[in-house]
Design a protein around this ligand. Sequence first.
Ligand code: SAJ
Length: 427
Amino acid sequence: MEAVVKTHLDPAPDHQIAVVGLGYIGLPTAAVLAGFGWSVCGVDVSPRIVETVNSGGVHIEERDLDRLVYEAVESGRLTASTAMPRAHFYMIAVPTPLRDNNQPDIAFVEAAARAIAPQLTRGSSVIVESTSPIGTTERVAEIFADLRPDLAVPSYGSKTQADVAIAYCPERVLPGKIVTELVENDRVIGGVTPACAEKIATLYRSFVKGDCLTTNCRVAETVKLVENSFRDVNIAFANELSMIADTIEIDVWDVIRLANRHPRVNILQPGPGVGGHCIAVDPWFLVAGAPEQARLIRTAREVNDHKAHHTADRIRALIEAAGPDAKIALLGLAFKPNIDDFRESPALEIAEEIAREQGERVLLVEPYAAELPTCLKGSGAQLTRLDEALEAAEVVVLLVDHDAFKVLSMEGLAGKLVYDTRGMLKK
Ligand code: SAJ
């Protein structure tokens, strides 16, 4: 399909769009844009990733991504490079990690801005998609203003005509459904000025079926952090309930199921904790911005982090009850079901703790891992097939509700000590 928006600017760029950072967001975005007819260059600091993409391959697992990247590269509309090309639109999708003190680190965004700056021409647009602390988009504008005094760079709230457009447009796609949600979801486009937002919205409207809503960059940055904090707080409520239920010895799944029959109650599902690189991280960006005020959000983070330790303690109690020779099957290591992503996974953290203490008595079952994750190597714990682990283990702990575990039932596990952290056996 041909791109809806065509820009005719001088000088002719190498590509229409440069996507900076070919990770979980950048690579699918680059491939989707190419699929919609844009000429796209993916930029990454890793020569290995660039080589993989240029050969039509992918370095991350995500549904439909391999086919999409292959087709985009075959069509000639997607190439990758370690060098920053000249483009009409630049999309920054690099990591924004947390430092040890829970403070956000935007060094990769700043480095991307410095690499883009020399390539900017009148008419260029730059979009930050990385989850970022509030003020990051204006920091990008500041870098451009410093490095390119020859260009009129927009400043927040200014009404003056600028040479380049800058906006924040957060990604909001769900791992496992990225390719679909990139196109289907509504987008929020926060301009440094209203003119920036309007110009950059034309790009998103060319491939997004959802609504493209414009605002300013500070609001858009906050929206992203609020979305994930909202979910974190709600999961924390469920996790806190599950710990209360453990103490007062009530079945939390029955409580939630019945409470959710109230027309205005919708409690989420408890689990072994919250993982992934978004919900377990982003709320800290909000806390860092207003530490005195963000009390509920901080506490929710602490509750969800604590749930992993609570889960490990309950497993220890079962192991003690089963006796010194008992084998322990831990089912699932990923951060959520049906995905091979182990980032910030509470299941992995729990497995690491238990394997450190119990060594070769631990049997790990993870259909999405071809080999033992690095942090578990040398612990003595082994990656085991589901049927073998169930045959051997006296203690069975369900950590991730992968579809592959749906064959399990309480009856089938009779005689074993079972801990179902996801309520899978109740569903
Ligand atoms: N979880 C529970 N109970 C629940 C729901 C989730 O324990 O009822 C756990 C999961 O097991 C997992 C964690 O929470 O460990 C996060 O999983 P998730 O599916 O809720 O979210 P992510 O991290 O995969 O993706 C989120 C999404 N944000 C929201 O739903 C508000 C996604 O739309 C964002 O784009 C993504 O973060 C991101 O990149 O920021």
